[in-house]
Design a protein around this ligand. Structure first.
Ligand SMILES: Cc1cc2nc3c(=O)[nH]c(=O)nc-3n(C[C@H](O)[C@H](O)[C@H](O)COP(=O)(O)OP(=O)(O)OC[C@H]3O[C@@H](n4cnc5c(N)ncnc54)[C@H](O)[C@@H]3O)c2cc1C
Length: 693
């Protein structure tokens, strides 16, 4: 008889236990097992904090799947889609092509993803704490911060480098805070420029106690011990934003620090999101035997599944001990089905909780017994040592831990050159992105939001607004191309997201790609800063000029974001000015359209493959047009409007009520501003008064 084909998606606690149990129960001639995982190893999450804190070696917490699972075909590939109707999975091959594979049974065990998007700025500035690379990069970063602190001459910067902020005080937050605290404090003796008192490790937690999962006495113990070891615990406090500077709290305080670890926020994997099956809070609903509701040959286990535990009729917890038991039980149920026997519901009583808090201390609740302090720490290490998947891992970790007790933690790190990186950054309204006189380190492109370009008045030293830059605009190119410090400051006007290219990468790319260099030089040449230096009288005149006296009325017809391409062209043809304003459903400015845009849209359509193009004339205008155009507000001066036009190389600008209310109220033309300017300059000429009189 042909063996049944079982495909497992995922290689974590649930998947590995499922594969092992099934392999033990059914011979290769009865069942082929194929396991797909994004990485070639299983991550042992409970030890990630130890990796970040350098108390074990990186590879000890990652077990290679093919060595753990003899008799199972292990494929390091990402599954893109599961087609439950045709019983096929779709995955990406090494050459990038999509391939399909038929199955008799599929087991979805793809866990959950970390989601830093729940707090503005976290995805740009914080470390997630879920996969192996998170722990590795965090460890590198911590040691690097200590090296920078050693070299820093500015005490404020040194303080910032030695401030570590952990958001969330559940199991992973508490464990990683304990480990970072231990690593940094125990290492200070190797540095000359800072001491233990300079180190600040802060845990920010929204509830009134840390470790909400354990009993109150153990929570209290953990908090007291951690505070004694130097960790600051902020309870009933929420992080509301993260920036390069640190974490903004809900009470308005800014917690400054160069390292942010975010241990809160999980998201459902895209694979699960795209599955059309019953779900509960995004997780896949299963029957008690763990088949997906309404399916006969599809199963779901672990963090991605919503399984009712027959032990207490409550949803099973999303922890490793539950995922493992589900993996085993689901595999046994599949075997029962192949033998025509009845399946069993998932039933499991949690064994307890273990949490290490750093400094050879832990809290443990096992089989109803509560232990804390050093004995709990020994228990914690003993239990996880036995739980590690292979004997080679157990010996490796045991040796690492013994080494850690006897010798200082390893402070070597690979120097990652930020000049060669592309990074992201988030700034709150009012935050400075660069200061005049700072050395040029990055080239920044605005992904979202609006910034102000400021320059110090040489006489008064007051910062004057030179221009406003919007989504798609960029800055930093002048200083990088000229190899000199910034001549302007940049301040976020709204919340701003940036994509930043390190100076090294920028130089390589700009140097070898002539069209880019040309574009950057043109952009730099039209940079308003230079013009004001050459014609200094213009700036004060325009600063005094009210914007309202220069505003034209808006075109009678405003285009809606729902307008189709063909209608938009017609409206433009009929417009006397050749410019149209596009507004969204709330009548807020969304974009502008002029004749030059029509040519660009053609170029954009040309690169869409023919089969995907469809009927272009009936496509929405917003499919092709870029949102968020340059604009000024009624509060801005004529100078800001003119400088913004120069910066964008345009001669027309929409005007909106304010930054909070983007309702268009009129438009500005450069010729009108220039003619007013000439008029004013003429009035200033000697003899003008005589003529007038
Ligand atoms: C820092 C940390 C500490 C923890 N400590 C504990 C603890 O002490 N005790 C405890 O019980 N639990 C702990 N947990 C929770 C525990 O790790 C999870 O509940 C458990 O890992 C869930 O197992 P799983 O099999 O569902 O998913 P995971 O173990 O997350 O595995 C999912 C796997 O699927 C893979 N995958 C995802 N999508 C795809 C795709 N499309 N194609 C191919 N592969 C894919 C992923 O790469 C991953 O390898 C901790 C979690 C974290 C993050």
């Amino acid at each position: 008889m042909k063996p049944i084909k079982v495909v497992i998606v995922g290689g974590g606690f649930g998947a590995v236990k499922f594969a092992k149990t099934l392999r033990d129960q059914l011979r290769a001639s009865e069942c082929e097992i194929c396991l797909f995982n994004r990485e070639n190893h299983m991550v042992f999450h409970p030890l990630l904090a130890d990796v970040a804190g350098a108390s074990i070696n990186v590879d000890a917490a990652a077990a290679p799947l093919r060595q753990m699972l003899p008799g199972v075909e292990c494929r390091t590939e990402r599954v893109q889609r599961i087609d439950l109707h045709t019983s096929e999975i779709e995955f990406t091959e090494d050459n990038g092509n999509l391939s399909r594979l038929q199955y008799d049974h599929v087991v979805i065990a793809c866990g959950a993803e970390s989601n830093l998007g729940i707090i503005p700025g976290m995805s740009e500035h914080a470390f997630a704490f879920k996969v192996m690379s998170d722990a590795i990069y965090l460890r590198q970063h911590i040691v690097q911060q200590m090296e920078y602190a050693e070299a820093a001459s500015d005490p404020d910067r040194r303080r910032w480098l030695l401030n570590f902020i952990i958001v969330g005080a559940g199991f992973s937050g508490t464990e990683v805070a304990g480990e970072i605290n231990e690593l940094v404090r125990s290492s200070t003796r190797f540095y000359r420029n800072f001491r233990e008192e300079d180190v600040v490790v802060t845990m920010v937690h929204s509830q009134d106690q840390i470790l909400p999962e354990v009993v109150p006495t153990l929570r209290e113990f953990a908090k007291k011990k951690m505070e004694k070891a130097g960790v600051t615990v902020l309870l009933n406090t929420r992080a509301v934003a993260a920036t390069h500077e640190g974490v903004e709290l809900n009470d308005g305080r800014m917690l400054k620090g160069g390292t942010i670890v975010c241990t809160i926020g999980t998201a459902i994997s895209p694979l699960v999101q795209n599955l059309d099956v019953p779900k509960e809070r995004g997780r896949i609903r299963t029957t008690s035997e763990m088949r997906i509701e309404g399916q006969t040959n599809a199963w779901a286990i672990g963090d991605c599944a919503y399984i009712i535990n027959a032990h207490d009729n409550k949803p099973a917890a999303t922890t490793a001990q539950f995922a493992e038991r589900q993996g085993r039980q689901a595999a046994l149920n599949l075997v029962r089905i192949t033998k025509g026997e009845p399946t069993q519901p998932f039933r499991f009583k949690a064994l307890g909780q273990l949490c290490s808090i750093g400094g050879y201390q832990a809290v443990a609740e096992l089989f109803g017994v509560h232990v804390s302090g050093f004995p709990a720490w020994v228990m914690w290490r003993g239990v996880y040592l036995l739980k590690l998947p292979t004997w080679s891992r157990r010996i490796k970790v045991a040796l690492d831990w013994a080494w850690d007790v006897l010798f200082p933690r390893d402070l070597s790190f690979l120097n990652t050159d930020t000049a060669q990186q592309v990074t992201h950054a988030y700034y709150r309204p009012g935050d400075f992105i660069q200061h005049e006189g700072d050395p040029a380190r990055v080239f920044s492109v605005i992904v979202d939001g609006q910034v102000e370009v400021l320059q110090k008045d040489p006489v008064t030293s007051e910062a004057k607004l030179l221009a406003v830059l919007n989504k798609g605009d960029f800055f930093g190119e002048g200083a990088l191309l000229g190899n000199r410090p910034h001549e302007t400051s940049i301040r976020a006007r709204t919340a701003v997201r940036l994509q930043q290219v390190g100076s090294g990468l920028f130089s390589q790319f700009a140097g070898s790609f002539a069209p880019l260099t040309d574009l950057l030089l043109k952009a730099f040449a039209r940079n308003s800063g230079d013009i004001w230096r050459r014609v200094p009288m213009v700036k004060p005149i325009l600063e005094r000029e009210s914007l309202e006296s220069l505003i034209d009325s808006l075109p009678a017809e405003l285009l809606s974001t729902e307008a189709i391409y063909a209608d938009a062209i017609k409206s433009l043809e009929e417009s006397s000015t050749g410019r149209l304003v596009v507004v969204d459903e709330k009548q807020r400015l969304w974009g502008t359209l002029n004749r030059a845009d029509i040519n660009q849209i053609f170029a954009r359509i040309a690169v869409i493959p023919l089969e995907a193009r469809g009927d272009v004339t009936h496509r929405k205008l917003t499919d092709f047009l870029v949102a968020n155009p340059a604009y000024v507000t009624l509060e801005d001066s004529a100078f800001v409007a003119f400088a913004t036009m120069l910066d964008h190389g345009i001669g027309w600008l929409p005007v909106v009520k304010s930054n909070d209310d983007l309702q268009p109220v009129g438009s500005l033309r450069s010729e009108k501003i220039v003619s007013r300017l000439i008029e004013k300059i003429a009035q200033m000429q000697p003899g003008h008064a005589a003529v007038a009189s």
